[in-house]
Design a protein around this ligand. Structure first.
Ligand code: FAD
Length: 466
């Protein structure tokens, strides 16, 4: 057809993984085509993920901080929330970034092809743009098709009162009673936003703690704060039925105390994400997709078909943008003939809740489960002058060390924990030990000092706390 093109490298999907791979390959001299089904570039992260959620979380933070300034002798009246304006502001942040990507693609002569791509052979993708079909033939391909929210069979997802993270970010209204199904990062971030906007929030989590991937002591300050702010935080509880009724959504739950039934105005389903691997006819290219929709890759991001790579959410956990970006660079560089492979030791995780929870590398729980001989240095933020000056004292910085006193993991909870975790990621990559962290002069008074102090706590060399 008229729209048929050839690419040296074609990238399927324009999320953080895909656009990174496309740009890197173009910078390395490749003729690149980027296929995207949505009207704007940027994937989940920019359009309905990382970025809009952080924009709203900032507003939420301002609201709750203003509420709590009374203790400091400063009182504000109750904030008036103009939802349309707030939504508009969030959208303007997203547009600025996604529009920027368009410009970056153009500058690199990356050709964007709009439409839904499916493999029709080992060197050919067919693109369907609202029924208009074209083909992209390629020498090499990077699959970056991402993921979508998991749906559950016993939930009436067609009911407009049942929403996923995308629906929650649309900010259609502020429900009086909101049930958040899933106590993971995405559910808790959205809960943070709606709590600040005035919803009565209930969290239901199947495991025995919220954010099951992080250590319990690190999650505790967040759990404590939301238990007092929210209507309820129910762990070891599962939702078994949701029934649409005229006056709300009737939810049946099974917890430690048996079965309960309650009615909510909205239910946000945030029980995980499912990879899009099974939806691109990968078999036509000979690329294997497992029963869950993941595509297996080697350390160079190659699938079982040597000229086809895969990156990001579609290749596995953790489903995080910075992992997708890193893998995108690896795939593009290998496609361009460089000797790169994925050799990052650790990938940090952050819940941008209030307080933030961040962890990287080995958790204490993991280390113990694996029978490793580890030590830890824990610094409570109640002894940090900077934390106290923020009116917050519940934070904690914990470092995990191996038998050679090298840092192998960290968990941090408190305001800005997400920014602080990066230092420990670097320390782990560099093979730093407790002395390296303890002898590095950190600026005072900052929250970053808590990393330094935690190392000193481990060494037993801490003198005065401030
Ligand atoms: P995606 O971003 O999923 O992009 C895939 C792209 O491919 C999409 O644009 C899709 O339209 C397109 N596509 C798929 N199939 C086809 C096809 N057949 N043809 C054409 N186009 C196709 N991660 C973080 O690191 N930090 C955060 O703060 C964070 N917050 C999040 C908040 C929310 C509410 C959500 C839902 C996710 C969040 N994430 C966060 C996760 C992050 O968004 C993902 O890990 C990241 O977007 C994955 O990037 P990706 O490139 O693999 O795929």
């Amino acid at each position: 057809g008229a729209g048929d093109v050839h690419a040296e490298v074609v990238v399927l999907g324009s999320g953080p993984g895909g656009y990174t791979a496309a740009f890197r390959a173009a910078d390395l001299g490749k003729k690149v085509v980027l296929i995207e089904k949505d009207s704007s570039l940027g994937g989940v992260c920019l359009n309905v993920g990382c970025i809009p959620s952080k924009a709203l979380l900032h507003s939420a933070k301002v609201i709750t901080e203003a509420e709590e300034m009374g203790e400091h002798g400063i009182s504000f009246s109750k904030p008036e929330v103009d939802l349309d304006k707030l939504r508009g502001w969030k959208e303007s942040v997203v547009k600025q970034l996604t529009g920027g990507l368009g410009g970056l693609a153009k500058a690199r002569k990356v050709q964007v092809v709009n439409g839904y791509g499916s493999f029709v052979g080992p060197n050919m993708i067919e693109v369907d743009n609202d029924g208009v079909k074209s083909t992209v033939s390629f020498d090499q391909c990077v699959i970056a098709a991402g993921s979508e929210p998991v749906t559950l069979p016993f939930i009436p997802h067609d009911d407009p009162r049942v929403i996923d993270s995308t629906g929650a970010l649309e900010l259609e209204d502020v429900p009086e009673r909101l049930l958040v199904l899933g106590g993971g990062i995405i559910g808790l971030e959205m809960a943070t936003v709606y709590d600040a906007l005035g919803s009565n929030v209930t969290i239901v989590e199947f495991m025995d703690q919220i954010i099951p991937g992080a250590d319990k002591d690190v999650v505790k300050p967040l759990a404590k704060r939301i238990e007092s702010r929210y209507e309820a935080v129910l762990t070891k509880t599962k939702v078994t039925a949701v029934e649409a009724q005229a006056d709300g959504l009737k939810v049946t739950m099974e917890g430690p105390d048996g079965e309960t039934v309650d009615t909510f105005d909205k239910v946000l389903v945030a029980v995980g994400r499912r990879p899009n691997g099974a939806k691109i006819n990968a078999a036509a290219a000979g690329v294997a997709v497992d029963e869950r929709g993941f595509i297996a890759v080697d350390s160079q991001q190659r699938t079982g078909v040597a000229h086809i790579f895969a990156i990001g959410d579609v290749v596995g956990q953790p489903m995080l943008a910075h992992k997708a970006v890193h893998e995108g660079k690896v795939a593009a560089e290998v496609a361009a003939g460089q000797k790169r492979h994925f050799d990052a030791r650790v990938i940090p995780s952050v819940a941008y809740t209030d307080p933030e929870v961040a962890w990287v590398g080995m958790t204490e729980t993991q280390a113990k489960a694996e029978g490793l001989k580890v030590g830890k240095g824990v610094f409570p933020w109640a002894a940090s002058g900077r934390s106290l000056s923020l009116g917050r004292s519940e934070g904690l910085t914990k470092l995990v060390f191996d038998e050679h006193e090298r840092v192998i993991g960290a968990g941090i909870v408190g305001p800005n924990a997400g920014d602080l975790i990066a230092e420990v990621a670097l320390a782990i990559e560099m093979g730093a030990d407790a002395v390296d962290l303890g002898h590095t002069i950190h600026p005072h008074p900052t929250l970053s000092e808590t990393v330094n102090f935690a190392a000193e706590m481990f060494e037993g060399t801490i003198t005065d706390l401030m």
